[in-house]
Design a binder for this molecule. Structure first.
Ligand code: RTP
Ligand code: MG
Length: 140
């Protein structure tokens, strides 16, 4: 398996409940290493741009409102097979369907407020990392 980088967001619902450390611990236990990390309060333009692929979906407006309601933590995670591994650690989008031990099973409130985002493929990982980080902020 190859060393990969993926992009992660600890979403507002989790940051508000003081779960940053518990969520990062799940990543580290799975062999995912934070190589870039910052706390930001997303602007509406950032959230609409980042989730542009979903702009015609019925949940788009609610998703944007949730993402800009309060700060998030954005990260680059590095590890063997990091993109798939991160998706496994996160669990299913809907916490009702998420496997035991996953972040969304333990912490998510609902399908919308589901505590974390993670890139779904190599192309989106590269785009999403670039969207939030400059090269000099990433310490691999
Ligand atoms: P993500 O992109 O956030 O890592 O999660 P995902 O691939 O599992 O989910 P995706 O289908 O890409 O949806 C992006 C985010 O939109 C919200 N959502 N709400 N109310 C709904 O039916 C609904 N469906 C999706 C979630 O916050 C989801 O993570
Ligand atoms: Mg997605």
């Amino acid at each position: 398996m190859a060393l990969e980088r993926t992009f992660s967001i600890i979403k507002p619902d989790a940051v508000r409940r003081n779960l940053i450390g518990k969520i990062i611990a799940k990543f580290e236990e799975a062999g995912l290493r934070p190589i870039a990390l910052k706390k930001i309060h997303m602007t509406r333009a950032q959230a609409e741009g980042f989730y542009g692929v979903h702009k015609d979906r019925p949940f788009f407006g609610e998703l944007v409102e949730q993402m800009i309601a309060s700060p998030v933590v954005v990260q680059v995670l590095e590890g063997e097979g990091a993109i798939l591994k991160n998706r496994e650690v996160m669990g299913a989008t809907n916490p009702a369907n998420a496997a035991d031990g996953t972040i969304r099973k333990e912490f998510a409130l609902s399908i919308g407020e589901n505590s974390v985002h993670g890139s779904d493929a190599p192309e989106t990982a590269a785009e999403e990392i670039k969207f939030f980080f400059n090269d000099d902020e990433i310490v691999g």
